[in-house]
Design a protein around this ligand. Structure first.
Ligand SMILES: [Cu+2]
Length: 198
């Protein structure tokens, strides 16, 4: 009896606290759970966006995410190799299966906010618009949480993506193109040139 009461009290406390921690949106048959981002390091220009999409209806696609806080925004897929991570842009958007779930999370599909002038700060809300192929558009807030544990290799990622963009003709930038690997270890030392002594 007492145990039941304690359990009920704990559950009540959890549910009472829930609205502050999670937030959700509804758009027709689409449910969007807790869009969030992470605080960016000062000077960082790239940030990730994560959310869960639950589809209670027929199949749809998340086509794009737009925000005034980033010069451009892409949908990415991340894959981890041995000590190399690669990201590719999903130019056709991301499918949400009928009565299925699409989760954008660290290390997998994610929103990539690029060329962010003002780095996201912990505790703020970044306004954005999600556009779906069938359901249409909805305004959401990405709640900015604590920064990721380890500082992500942003400068090398930016460099890799810049090189990739410059080197690829526009017509070749198809979804099957994979961005060059982002090397997470320091580059090999450049051999010093020894000039022959005269
Ligand atoms: Cu990315």
């Amino acid at each position: 009896m007492k145990k039941t009461f304690i359990r009920a009290a704990v559950m009540a406390a959890i549910f009472a606290a829930a609205p502050a921690l999670a937030h959700e949106y509804k758009l027709g048959q689409i449910e969007i759970d807790h869009p969030y981002s992470r605080a960016m390091l000062p000077g960082a220009a790239v940030g990730g966006g994560y959310l869960k999409i639950v589809n209670h209806g027929e199949a749809d696609r998340l086509l794009r995410v737009t925000t005034s806080r980033a010069k451009s925004t892409q949908l990415h897929e991340m894959q981890m190799g041995d000590d190399v991570m690669t990201m590719r842009e999903m130019t056709d958007g991301l499918e949400i299966p009928a009565h299925g779930v699409l989760e954008l999370k660290p290390g997998a599909f994610h929103v990539m906010f690029m060329n962010v002038a003002e780095p996201f700060k912990e505790g703020e809300r970044v306004k954005a618009t999600l556009t779906f192929e069938k359901a249409g558009s909805v305004d959401v807030d990405f709640v900015v949480g604590a920064p990721a544990g380890a500082p992500p290799p942003m400068p090398s990622m930016r460099a890799a993506m810049t090189i990739w963009r410059i080197s690829m003709p526009r017509r070749m930038r198809t979804p099957i193109m994979i961005t060059p690997p982002i090397i997470c270890r320091p580059p090999p030392a450049i051999p010093r040139r020894i000039s022959p002594r005269s």
